[in-house]
Write a protein that binds this ligand. Sequence first.
Ligand code: SF4
Ligand code: MG
Length: 323
Amino acid sequence: VEPLLSVSDLKVHYPIRGGLFGRPVGYVKAVDGIDISIAPGESVALVGESGCGKSTLGAAILGMTRPTAGEIRFDGKPVIHGEASRARNLSRDIQIVFQDPASALNPKLSIGESIAEPLAIHGVGTAAERKTRVEELLGLVGLHAGHATRKPNAFSGGQRQRIVIARALALNPKLLILDEPVSALDVSIRSQILNLLLDLQKHFGLSYLFISHDLSVVRHFADRVAVMYLGHIVETGATQDVFANPVHPYTEALLSAVPLPDPMAQRTRRRIILKGDLPSPANPPKGCKFVTRCPLAQSVCHERQPELRRVAHAHASACHLRA
Ligand code: SF4
Ligand code: MG
């Protein structure tokens, strides 16, 4: 199958100003050579700590951040970047759902007006047709059509995220970028929202790029997972393979923090605590980007950056010692 989205050797480097006449004194390599593809109907999770570049990658796919190098193709066409193309790229086919539903909805608009906004912007339908579409969308996300006239503050956090999802679906997109869609929600309602997203995916054949700092959230959600560290993908594979056989020491450490369903297994499991913080992306270490925190680091790791190499069918990792 032809991928719906394909990202090839993508780089997004931001200049650090501050030199004479505003010349750059360096670059933040937020995304530094990433390949990723998503098939129609597939969900891919991009997992990493805050600052690893995952949201920058999402912004580049939306056409909102201009890449320094590389290519993004969507539905067979290159994604065009910059203001003039923003409306076009953001048009129907790619939509985003952000973490915080409170700030994503205008408190002065009724939720019906918010959901109808993308339709109005793109001149879709008459006012009456948009009203019908809003009612249909509310039903799809499990909310009462009669609530369309209420303001966002009448709803709980989980309901507001349903409203944001309804708006994201208004134009029948093919790909949703879900940027930490449940991180701001109570733990008790996260699975409701994840199940809703899974139902909608089945119903509409949607593709998802699920951005998360939390591996446990993607376990039963994503078909494939890509683990990111300082602008690079360090491990990628089918979600079940990565969970069953993590190869990269960073993935291993992230997974060791995920609670196991079996209490016996949980008791005997060794928690890997990473030393130190994520280094500044403005000043990454030489060689392997994980070298400052890796419990296995050898001298070669300080010298050369490991390439992503295949370790099993469709499972790849970037580590000198583990491949
Ligand atoms: Fe650790 Fe070296 Fe592998 Fe990097 S290449 S993850 S530092 S062992
Ligand atoms: Mg982010």
